[in-house]
Ligand binder design. Structure first.
Ligand code: GAL
Length: 380
């Protein structure tokens, strides 16, 4: 409460001081349609560099904008909310003409967004919707509900309950599964978890799947900031509290590759994956190279690939449209209500990657090379 008030207050003060300069000096915002790209700056605010996807996202957006001649101010906030607020404040005072923001906490930037609106700076939410503000002008992302459906389907296919083509598999169960959700302050979490739970529900209802820990809500299963270490700790705790009677874990629903690797480490430390103790089916998201190697080695079962190159393209298209005083092209104007308004969005398709999809989906498309997959490391 206190922090939000302070952030809002900071935004209000900033808005006043921006109004006081009446567009002089600070530049930014307003009618930019006649300006040359070299005179225009796009502020790009990314959450963290601890996950390789955000580094790739940041680099891709920067390179694509610079290739068109724009100036780019790219900042990473180290997963720290005050740092991100401060960086966005600074982008506004330094005269950004458009903001592209992947928020750490989807509700913490209202003050900044009000200041941006007052300075007529359009705001594009990048992959994570910013909530509680009317000043979000556009959203670029993937179909996040479908990501959750794909993750749950990956779990069912991995367990043999379903085939890749959607038909019924030969496995009967019952299977013990555990569930992980993402960070609750990330708007995507509810879509991922909701899509997954809707898909798994019939299997819980008929007893094919059961959650021995009984932790089945997003609140009980969430991993703050999507941290690998937190996920490892939670999996260790689950093994101690619910599986010390000799029962085995057959599958784990994981919403993100970093979380998956934490889960896998905990399972391996408990003897899974060796001496005849089969590693459980673990899902994921983002096609991070360390997880693609694990999938290639038969350790992680699947991931959901979201092509960040295409997402960067959409962010660039939207930024350019705003700079030319046009509206970006949306393909969804219904789904993403941020609590104040429905934000027009451009949503990209997703693809599930099992071991036998790595070549066609990731290597042939140039997302990762065969060498990177073998090494489990990106070249740069
Ligand atoms: C989400 C994003 C996921 C994953 C996660 C952790 O917002 O949609 O793809 O990257 O953050 O970084």
């Amino acid at each position: 409460m206190g922090r939000r008030f302070l952030v809002a207050l900071g935004g209000a003060v900033l808005a006043l001081s921006l109004a006081a300069c009446s567009g002089e000096g600070a530049g930014g915002g307003g009618d930019t349609s006649g300006d040359k790209p070299g005179d225009l700056t796009i502020g790009v605010s990314m959450p963290t560099q601890t996950s390789e996807r955000w580094i790739a996202d940041g680099n891709a957006v920067k390179q694509k904008l610079e290739a068109k001649g724009y100036k780019v101010d790219l900042q990473y906030a180290g997963d720290d909310i005050p740092t991100q607020s401060q960086q966005v404040d600074q982008m506004i005072t330094q005269g950004a003409d458009v903001l592209v923001i992947a928020a750490i906490d989807g509700t913490a930037l209202s003050g900044q967004l009000q200041a941006a609106a007052d300075a007529k700076i359009p705001v594009i939410a990048y992959d994570r919707l910013i909530r509680g503000s009317k000043n979000v002008d556009f959203y670029v992302s993937f179909d996040n509900y479908k990501v959750g459906v794909a993750q749950a389907t990956g779990l069912l296919v991995g367990l043999g309950l379903q085939n890749k083509d959607g038909s019924k598999g030969t496995a009967k169960g019952p299977f013990n599964v555990e569930l992980f959700a993402g960070s609750l302050d990330d708007n995507n979490t509810q879509y991922f978890f909701g899509g997954a739970m809707d898909t798994l529900k019939p299997f819980f209802d008929n007893g094919t799947l059961r959650v021995k820990s009984r932790q089945t809500t997003a609140e009980q299963t969430a991993i703050l900031r999507w941290q690998q270490e937190t996920a490892q700790k939670r999996m260790e705790d689950l093994l101690t509290s619910s599986y010390n009677d000799g029962a085995r874990v057959d599958g784990v629903l994981s919403p993100y590759d970093g979380i998956s690797r934490g889960i896998i480490t905990a399972l391996q430390n408990a003897g899974y994956g060796s001496a005849g103790k089969k590693i459980p089916v673990v899902t994921g998201q983002d096609a991070e190279i360390a997880s693609i190697k694990l999938i290639n080695d038969g350790v992680q079962s699947s991931t959901v690939f979201k092509d960040t190159r295409l997402l960067a393209d959409q962010a660039v298209n939207a930024a350019e449209a705003f700079l030319q005083d046009k509206q970006p092209q949306a393909n969804d104007t219904q789904t993403y209500n941020n609590g104040v308004k429905v934000v027009p969005a451009y949503l990209l398709p997703i693809a599930t990657v099992y071991k036998d999809d790595i070549k066609a989906t990731l290597i042939d498309s140039g997302y990762w090379t065969a060498e990177e997959v073998a090494a489990g490391q990106a070249k740069k």
